[in-house]
Design a protein around this ligand. Structure first.
Ligand code: TIU
Length: 221
């Protein structure tokens, strides 16, 4: 079944069977007080605020039978997969916080927020970097499923969402980013990040809103 979404810079067309919803790093570490995001000096109000929107999209995608992928940024407990250069600029990684050790796999803060908890059969990609393709098995999973298009939401727009879309674009995937299903800590970064995707005729892909996507899914082509 084919669908067409009103998007920028023009209509985004996709085949449901060849499309994955990719939810980037909706972890407590980025959405709650005392996590990684806050430890870097950010206000997490905006990242937390998109949880209901992402939940609405996730529920619709599940209802439609879309392939769903969740990602988490984080490291092994011994931090052996955390580059020294990353640790130098993010020295809170691995330190104790109110949700456990910051950005460490297996800790409460590292996991995905309750509202967006993955279901059995929805792959979780644990990634050591910002991009979801780097040092992960995401490519293998997408190829095996015959995926050609990605609908991307999550946090943060200008960092992990952008890096993943840029990696995906270079690998030949068509990406639609949800403007209200993504968030940056600073609204100025959000505006710039959206423009950087859909500018120049869609240099990295398309952007739209969750309502427009849901409308398109309800209508069909
Ligand atoms: N710092 C920041 O904006 N983001 C990250 O470090 N990781 C993700 O975006 N997930």
């Amino acid at each position: 079944m084919k669908y067409s979404v009103n998007a920028k810079p023009y209509e985004f067309k996709f085949d449901l069977k060849k499309t994955a919803l990719v939810i980037i790093d909706m972890q407590r570490d980025f959405c709650y007080e005392g996590g990684f995001g806050e430890s870097l000096g950010n206000d997490i109000t905006l990242t937390k605020s998109i949880i209901p929107t992402v939940e609405k999209v996730l529920n619709k995608a599940r209802e439609m039978g879309m392939f769903i992928i969740h990602t988490r940024e984080g490291h092994r407990p011994d931090l052996s997969d955390c580059p020294k250069a990353k640790l130098r600029r993010c020295p809170t990684i691995g330190t104790d916080g109110p949700m456990g050790r910051i950005l460490v796999r297996g800790e409460y803060g590292h996991d995905i927020v309750d509202e967006l908890k993955p279901l059995d059969g929805e792959p979780i990609i644990d990634k050591p970097g910002k991009g979801a393709f780097y040092q992960t098995d995401l490519s293998i999973i997408l190829e095996k499923e015959g995926i050609e298009s990605l609908i991307v939401c999550g946090v943060t727009t200008h960092v992990c969402v952008h890096t993943t879309i840029r990696e995906a674009n270079d690998r030949g995937y068509e990406c639609l980013m949800l403007e209200d299903g993504t968030a940056a800590f600073d609204p100025e970064d959000q505006i710039a990040a959206i423009r950087m995707i859909n500018q120049q005729g869609g240099i990295f892909g398309w952007t739209t809103t969750s309502d427009k996507l849901i409308q398109a899914l309800e209508k069909g082509e």
